[in-house]
Design a protein around this ligand. Structure first.
Ligand code: HEM
Length: 146
């Protein structure tokens, strides 16, 4: 696998676990463990109670996934411009991860408004879909997966 393919696969796996971590955040009632954003009680690493640990893991994991997807998009623009679908799906992932970061902030500042949390969940599944399409198309370029 080349660097681009590894990035696309890591992005999909990252989004998958981020969604699981989001579900754990909701189900353990950790959504308001950090009442502010982007820091937690004004700190990068606050006192780690279990709920703070869960909420902070979700945020830091989102940052890592954001970096992976941004790097994928940059490489797609530089090296895969001839594959319009690949370019489109990685651009959609890039757009959605940015929007998700913003909506993630709104989940906190709106004190878990159900409409915002539902939108957050809906966009995360779309993001997973596009990241998966990007990975499959990237693998197809070498392994000719049909
Ligand atoms: C790519 C980025 C992200 C994805 C894919 C994602 C995904 C999810 C998912 C699937 C849930 C569970 C929703 C539910 O159970 O209905 C969730 C919950 C949550 N997310 Fe994210 N998230 C992302 C980024 C962020 C960011 C940057 C923040 C910033 C604070 C954030 C804050 C939250 C909070 C507070 C909850 C808990 C909501 C509740 O308790 O009801 N998320 N996330």
């Amino acid at each position: 696998m080349n660097a681009f393919q590894i990035l696309t696969v890591l992005s999909s796996i990252g989004v998958y676990f981020l969604i699981v971590l989001g579900g754990i955040t909701t189900q353990t009632g950790s959504g308001m463990a950090c009442p502010d954003w982007p820091l937690c009680f004004g700190e990068l690493l606050p006192n780690l109670t279990t709920t703070v640990l869960i909420e902070m893991s979700h945020r830091y994991m989102a940052m890592i996934v954001g970096l992976l997807i941004t790097s994928t998009f940059i490489l797609a623009v530089r090296n895969y411009r001839n594959s319009k679908i690949l370019l489109f799906s990685s651009a959609m992932s890039f757009l959605l991860v940015g929007i998700q970061g913003y909506i993630g902030m709104l989940t906190v500042t709106s004190i878990l408004d159900p409409a915002i949390v539902t939108l957050h969940l809906a966009l995360s599944t779309a993001l997973f879909g596009f990241s998966l399409i990007t990975a499959i198309l990237a693998l197809k370029t070498t392994y000719n997966v049909s």
